[in-house]
Write a protein that binds this ligand. Structure first.
Ligand code: NI
Length: 169
Protein backbone atom coordinates (compact mmCIF):
# COMPACT_ATOMS: atom_id res chain seq x y z
CA UNK A 1 0.00 0.00 0.00
CA UNK A 2 1.19 3.49 -0.79
CA UNK A 3 -0.16 7.01 -0.72
CA UNK A 4 -0.28 8.51 -4.20
CA UNK A 5 0.19 12.22 -4.98
CA UNK A 6 -3.10 13.84 -6.09
CA UNK A 7 -2.97 16.23 -9.07
CA UNK A 8 -4.35 19.68 -8.30
CA UNK A 9 -6.35 21.97 -10.57
CA UNK A 10 -5.29 23.65 -12.89
CA UNK A 11 -2.76 20.87 -13.69
CA UNK A 12 -3.25 20.14 -17.43
CA UNK A 13 -2.84 16.39 -16.74
CA UNK A 14 -6.34 16.49 -15.15
CA UNK A 15 -7.70 17.08 -18.66
CA UNK A 16 -6.32 13.87 -20.20
CA UNK A 17 -8.98 11.41 -21.38
CA UNK A 18 -8.57 7.98 -19.73
CA UNK A 19 -8.32 4.76 -21.75
CA UNK A 20 -10.21 1.58 -20.81
CA UNK A 21 -8.51 -0.78 -18.32
CA UNK A 22 -7.28 -3.65 -20.51
CA UNK A 23 -7.18 -6.34 -17.78
CA UNK A 24 -8.15 -6.47 -14.10
CA UNK A 25 -4.78 -7.91 -13.05
CA UNK A 26 -2.31 -7.57 -10.18
CA UNK A 27 -1.20 -4.13 -11.31
CA UNK A 28 -4.81 -2.88 -11.20
CA UNK A 29 -5.39 -4.55 -7.78
CA UNK A 30 -2.37 -2.69 -6.38
CA UNK A 31 -3.57 0.57 -7.93
CA UNK A 32 -7.04 0.04 -6.38
CA UNK A 33 -5.50 -0.52 -2.90
CA UNK A 34 -3.29 2.54 -3.25
CA UNK A 35 -6.17 4.69 -4.48
CA UNK A 36 -8.37 3.64 -1.52
CA UNK A 37 -5.56 4.41 0.92
CA UNK A 38 -5.05 7.81 -0.73
CA UNK A 39 -8.78 8.61 -0.79
CA UNK A 40 -9.39 7.63 2.88
CA UNK A 41 -6.28 9.52 4.03
CA UNK A 42 -7.49 12.65 2.18
CA UNK A 43 -11.03 12.18 3.63
CA UNK A 44 -12.57 12.06 0.17
CA UNK A 45 -15.63 10.08 -0.94
CA UNK A 46 -14.35 9.35 -4.43
CA UNK A 47 -11.15 9.27 -6.45
CA UNK A 48 -10.64 8.73 -10.18
CA UNK A 49 -7.38 7.27 -11.52
CA UNK A 50 -6.93 10.47 -13.56
CA UNK A 51 -6.42 12.37 -10.26
CA UNK A 52 -3.38 10.24 -9.43
CA UNK A 53 -2.03 10.65 -12.97
CA UNK A 54 -3.04 7.19 -14.20
CA UNK A 55 -5.12 7.66 -17.33
CA UNK A 56 -7.23 4.51 -17.23
CA UNK A 57 -10.96 4.17 -16.55
CA UNK A 58 -10.94 3.31 -12.84
CA UNK A 59 -12.80 4.91 -9.93
CA UNK A 60 -12.83 4.16 -6.19
CA UNK A 61 -15.56 5.48 -3.91
CA UNK A 62 -17.01 5.23 -0.42
CA UNK A 63 -20.02 7.42 0.36
CA UNK A 64 -20.91 5.59 3.61
CA UNK A 65 -20.97 7.31 7.01
CA UNK A 66 -18.80 4.57 8.53
CA UNK A 67 -16.18 4.69 5.72
CA UNK A 68 -16.59 0.94 5.44
CA UNK A 69 -18.33 0.42 2.07
CA UNK A 70 -15.67 0.62 -0.63
CA UNK A 71 -16.92 0.55 -4.22
CA UNK A 72 -14.79 0.07 -7.34
CA UNK A 73 -15.91 0.92 -10.87
CA UNK A 74 -13.73 -0.20 -13.77
CA UNK A 75 -14.57 0.87 -17.35
CA UNK A 76 -17.91 2.42 -16.21
CA UNK A 77 -20.59 3.06 -18.83
CA UNK A 78 -23.63 5.25 -18.21
CA UNK A 79 -26.62 3.28 -19.51
CA UNK A 80 -29.36 5.70 -18.47
CA UNK A 81 -29.81 9.04 -16.73
CA UNK A 82 -33.05 10.46 -15.34
CA UNK A 83 -34.37 13.59 -17.04
CA UNK A 84 -34.74 15.13 -13.57
CA UNK A 85 -31.67 16.93 -12.30
CA UNK A 86 -30.82 18.87 -9.17
CA UNK A 87 -28.16 21.23 -7.93
CA UNK A 88 -25.61 19.72 -5.51
CA UNK A 89 -22.81 21.31 -3.62
CA UNK A 90 -19.65 19.51 -4.74
CA UNK A 91 -16.02 19.50 -3.76
CA UNK A 92 -13.01 17.66 -5.15
CA UNK A 93 -9.69 16.41 -3.78
CA UNK A 94 -8.06 18.05 -6.83
CA UNK A 95 -9.57 21.44 -5.94
CA UNK A 96 -9.06 21.54 -2.15
CA UNK A 97 -11.22 23.93 -0.14
CA UNK A 98 -13.56 24.84 -3.01
CA UNK A 99 -17.27 23.89 -2.93
CA UNK A 100 -19.89 24.95 -5.45
CA UNK A 101 -23.15 23.90 -7.04
CA UNK A 102 -23.32 21.54 -10.03
CA UNK A 103 -26.46 20.28 -11.75
CA UNK A 104 -26.55 16.44 -11.86
CA UNK A 105 -29.04 13.75 -12.86
CA UNK A 106 -31.12 12.50 -9.89
CA UNK A 107 -30.93 8.86 -10.86
CA UNK A 108 -28.51 6.87 -13.05
CA UNK A 109 -27.86 3.35 -14.30
CA UNK A 110 -24.22 2.34 -14.75
CA UNK A 111 -22.52 -0.82 -15.93
CA UNK A 112 -18.95 -1.45 -14.77
CA UNK A 113 -16.50 -4.15 -13.78
CA UNK A 114 -15.82 -4.61 -10.06
CA UNK A 115 -12.42 -5.27 -8.45
CA UNK A 116 -12.73 -8.96 -9.38
CA UNK A 117 -13.42 -8.13 -13.03
CA UNK A 118 -17.11 -9.13 -12.75
CA UNK A 119 -19.77 -7.10 -14.58
CA UNK A 120 -21.95 -5.10 -12.17
CA UNK A 121 -25.10 -3.15 -12.88
CA UNK A 122 -25.68 -0.25 -10.52
CA UNK A 123 -28.87 1.77 -10.37
CA UNK A 124 -28.66 4.51 -7.79
CA UNK A 125 -29.62 8.02 -6.70
CA UNK A 126 -28.62 10.47 -3.97
CA UNK A 127 -25.00 11.06 -3.04
CA UNK A 128 -23.69 7.94 -4.80
CA UNK A 129 -25.29 9.01 -8.13
CA UNK A 130 -23.73 12.47 -7.79
CA UNK A 131 -20.34 10.99 -6.88
CA UNK A 132 -20.36 8.58 -9.85
CA UNK A 133 -21.18 11.42 -12.27
CA UNK A 134 -18.42 13.60 -10.76
CA UNK A 135 -15.82 10.80 -10.97
CA UNK A 136 -16.83 9.74 -14.50
CA UNK A 137 -16.26 13.36 -15.56
CA UNK A 138 -12.67 13.07 -14.26
CA UNK A 139 -12.11 10.10 -16.58
CA UNK A 140 -13.17 12.34 -19.47
CA UNK A 141 -10.70 15.01 -18.34
CA UNK A 142 -13.35 17.22 -16.79
CA UNK A 143 -13.08 18.88 -13.36
CA UNK A 144 -16.31 20.12 -11.67
CA UNK A 145 -15.19 23.77 -11.71
CA UNK A 146 -15.61 23.67 -15.50
CA UNK A 147 -19.39 23.77 -14.92
CA UNK A 148 -19.04 27.12 -13.15
CA UNK A 149 -18.96 30.55 -14.82
CA UNK A 150 -15.64 31.60 -16.43
CA UNK A 151 -15.39 34.34 -13.80
CA UNK A 152 -15.71 31.89 -10.89
CA UNK A 153 -13.41 29.38 -12.57
CA UNK A 154 -10.69 32.00 -13.08
CA UNK A 155 -10.96 33.11 -9.46
CA UNK A 156 -10.55 29.48 -8.35
CA UNK A 157 -7.60 29.03 -10.71
CA UNK A 158 -5.85 32.11 -9.29
CA UNK A 159 -6.54 30.95 -5.72
CA UNK A 160 -5.22 27.42 -6.42
CA UNK A 161 -2.04 28.68 -8.13
CA UNK A 162 -1.36 31.04 -5.21
CA UNK A 163 -1.89 28.20 -2.67
CA UNK A 164 0.42 25.92 -4.70
CA UNK A 165 3.12 28.66 -4.83
CA UNK A 166 2.85 29.17 -1.07
CA UNK A 167 3.05 25.41 -0.42
CA UNK A 168 6.28 25.24 -2.41
CA UNK A 169 7.82 28.30 -0.72
NI1 NI B 1 -13.12 15.23 -8.04
Amino acid sequence: MALLPILCFPDPKLHKVAKPVAAVDGRIQTLISDMFETMYEAKGIGLAATQVDVHERLIVMDVSEGRDTPLVLINPKLLWTSPETHLNEEGCLSVPGIYDGVQRHDRIKVEALDAQGQVRLIETDGLLAVCIQHEMDHLMGKVFVEYLSPLKRNRIKTKMLKAQREARA
